[in-house]
Design a protein around this ligand. Structure first.
Ligand code: SAH
Ligand code: SF4
Length: 395
């Protein structure tokens, strides 16, 4: 069916489909380089299961070889073919001639006084992105905050990443690689099975970049992370945060079914246009409608609305009331994030009293409204503080 014919049948659906095609095409312009070393060896990390089977077929290895590799790479965390003891030595050697099991290089690792750990990862072309591990203060578990892009095309006024132009998307290998390298740092291999406690227990796509502007790579990476024969993280333990790329929200919900977090930050279009410029394209009403139809949202799986608390800008009681009116009926919680300053930022954090007043209104309306404790501020690892200097492509 042509796009025009589709539009004649269902104008709104076709428009969204057109828009999605346009977003995916634009995103492809920022694709990462092929995950290959200068000597021609290819990285096996980041390949889908089917692609891994195809790579094996190309060197006359049966599909079960791909399955063995999957287990060694994602369950055991092996990076050396020689350690893969279920694979015969000559085959190990054959694999090592053609492939590697890569990791991004941890160029800088900093640990905060509150134990938050920030990694600056450097990829093969010299580009860099930050990843943060935020341990739970009481239990042996924690969240890994992954980056999806080097920089960001959106320029939210309160966000440090937003001051760095988009250099390129991260590939699936680089996104999964951040998680695996963080795991290396805590020695958490082999992957704990099922609901066994894990230190790196949740993934939040809340680092640098807009994950829904790099949907193909993010989706591939999350499919790998969720695979039961490998890392095996349940979709309930993955949260994707978006500034509101409405046409891609439906797709993410249907295909990945991960938890959704939406960076709302304002309840009026004039203010949101200023704070989150993407609002000019997808205004609040459209964003909220997309949340209402997000698949799988229920009381057990609520949508998180993120709301950065900016002193005198968006933190009044009237705005809290408008917020609960906007989201009425959505299974949701509201995460209040005290603004984290960064060098050159123009905003101030709301006072504790203003945050408490705002939270009370939201709570009285029946929504849980936790205030996010800033973590890792001393090492610029808190929400919205991440930024790297763009490296030279091909360096
Ligand atoms: N691009 C995505 C995900 C990354 S940002 C998004 O915008 O949702 C993760 C969260 O941190 C978002 O809610 C973002 O709005 C918020 N954030 C950005 N800068 C911040 C800052 N300086 N202080 C507190 N939160 C911030
Ligand atoms: Fe990009 Fe999210 Fe920062 Fe906005 S808040 S500039 S979308 S990373």
């Amino acid at each position: 069916m042509t796009a025009a014919a589709a539009r004649a049948i269902a104008p709104e659906a076709a428009l969204t489909a057109d828009e999605r095609t346009r977003i995916l095409a634009k995103s492809a312009l920022f694709d990462p380089p092929t995950p290959q070393l200068a000597d021609g060896r290819r990285d096996l990390v980041g390949l889908s299961r089917d692609e891994l089977v195809a790579e094996m077929a190309a060197i006359n290895e049966a599909p079960f070889r791909a399955r063995q590799l999957w287990h060694w790479i994602y369950h055991q965390g092996a990076t050396d073919f020689a350690a893969m003891s279920t694979i015969a030595r000559p085959t190990q050697a054959k694999l090592a001639e053609r492939f590697v099991v890569g990791r991004p290089e941890a160029a800088v690792v900093q640990t905060s006084t509150d134990d938050t750990r920030k990694f600056l990862f450097r990829f093969r072309d010299g580009q860099e992105a930050e990843t943060v591990y935020i341990p739970d203060p009481v239990a042996d578990r924690g969240a890994v905050c992954l980056s999806s892009q080097v920089g960001c095309t959106l320029s939210c006024r309160f966000c440090h990443t937003g001051t760095q132009r988009l250099t390129r998307n991260l590939g699936a290998a680089e996104i999964v690689g951040q998680f695996m390298a963080a795991r290396d740092s805590y020695g958490e291999w082999p992957s704990p099975k099922g609901e066994t406690p894990r230190l790196l227990s949740t993934v939040v796509l809340m680092g640098m970049g807009e994950p829904l502007y790099n949907y193909a790579n993010v989706a591939k990476a999350m499919t790998i992370v969720m695979d039961n024969e490998g890392i095996g993280l349940s979709r309930r333990r993955i949260t994707l945060s978006t500034s509101g790329v409405v046409p891609m929200m439906d797709r993410a919900g249907a295909e990945l079914g991960v938890n959704l977090a939406v960076s709302l930050h304002a309840v009026r279009d004039d203010l949101r246009n200023e704070l989150v410029p993407l609002n000019r394209k997808y205004p609040i009403a459209e964003l909220i409608a997309a949340c209402r139809r997000y698949p799988g949202a229920s009381n057990a799986r609520r949508i998180t609305f993120e709301y950065v608390m900016l002193k005198g800008v968006n933190d009044s009681v009237a705005e809290a009331r408008e917020l609960v009116r906007l989201i009425a009926g959505i299974p949701a919680k509201v995460n209040l994030i005290p603004f984290n300053p960064w060098p050159g930022s123009v905003y101030e954090t709301s006072t504790a009293a203003a945050i408490a007043r705002f939270a009370a209104v939201v709570m009285d309306a029946g929504f849980s409204s936790p205030v996010r404790t800033p973590r890792g501020r001393d090492i610029l690892a808190a929400c919205g503080q991440l930024r790297t200097e763009a490296g030279r492509i091909g360096a």
